[in-house]
Design a binder for this molecule. Structure first.
Ligand SMILES: [Cu+2]
Length: 138
């Protein structure tokens, strides 16, 4: 049995941490911006699933309702969207979040049925230090 000596070379050359083309600088590992949309299911087991979602400012969360009626009632904080009142079944209703923040909500029909929408502002593209344009990435 032989150990192939170039296997280790292949592994170390696989760009696991540093395919920077020599010029990425401090932005080599930028955080992934939050997505623009998310979907939350209001389930028949009286839960919001997932109970916590993250989007970016201006993004939209869509709640999908099944056979058991639920509502989405937000905590009274600045920037929270309008509630989805009543008992909603077999429909999907979306809300847009223009402001950054953490917005908790609950279904007033089912005590303990709650969730949170985290809204974050994506970092600006034109960070100082000349890292803004990645001309070599095709
Ligand atoms: Cu409910």
């Amino acid at each position: 049995m032989r150990v192939l000596p170039w296997a280790a070379l292949l592994a170390s050359a696989a760009c696991s941490s540093g395919c920077t083309d020599g010029g990425a600088g401090p932005d080599a590992n930028p955080p992934t911006p939050a997505p623009l949309t998310a979907t939350v299911q209001a389930t028949a087991t009286e839960a919001f699933q997932p109970s916590s979602v993250s989007i970016r400012t201006g993004g939209t969360v869509t709640w999908t309702f099944g056979s058991l009626g639920h509502n989405v009632t937000f905590a009274n904080v600045a920037g929270a969207p309008a509630d989805i009142p009543g008992a909603n079944t077999n429909t999907s209703i979306a809300r847009t979040f223009p402001s950054a923040g953490s917005f908790s909500y609950q279904c007033t029909l089912h005590p303990g049925m709650s969730g949170t929408v985290g809204v974050s502002t994506p970092p600006p593209d034109d960070g100082g230090g000349g890292g803004g344009v990645y001309g070599g990435e095709r």
